[in-house]
Ligand binder design. Sequence first.
Ligand SMILES: [Fe+2]
Length: 207
Amino acid sequence: MAKKEIASTRQTTISAQPRTHQRAEEIQAYGTVSHGLPLELEEPVRLEMTEQLNLLLADTMTLRDLYKKSHWQVAGPTFYQLHLLFDKHYGEQVEIVDEIAERIQLLGGVSLAMAADIAETTRIERPPRGREEVPVQISRLLDAHQIIIGHCRQLSRRASELGDDGTNDLVVSDVLRANELQVWFLSEHLVDVPLVHAQDPGVRKAG
Ligand SMILES: [Fe+2]
């Protein structure tokens, strides 16, 4: 059908009825970038950066969900404190997810979004569905942070090399620094110090 005929068909079917259950071809394939954006960044640079940012996005979305799982399933005497801390970090990761995804879109790419795609892409180990004790919850969170932090250091250097200062700034200022701070707050919970009775200096072990 010629373009003119399609346009006229659409005009004649105007109706107050909602047209539900519609499907059509994608308007942009995953793994591609738009041409001709006035960003002064070449297409190969934007392709590499959006690919790397999608990996960072998948890991960040997984860490975000790991925080909510931990928030809901935490148990024990530190329940209240950790319940609140895990949710605070969850909220901060939600904001980071949005910043990474929108950076991918503004570079002309396509952001990952759905859980199934995230599960296929993330490098973070899948936890069991059931509940785990606090030291395990915190260890899993720290392992996830370590993957993200390592990737941030690599990605920020590469972005800088390629002249993508915006990505470098996002990765260092928003992702890396927030993750470093959250690691500090978590790791202090794995320090085994006495709660009530100070240790006798005579029995302190070396190391
Ligand atoms: Fe809650």
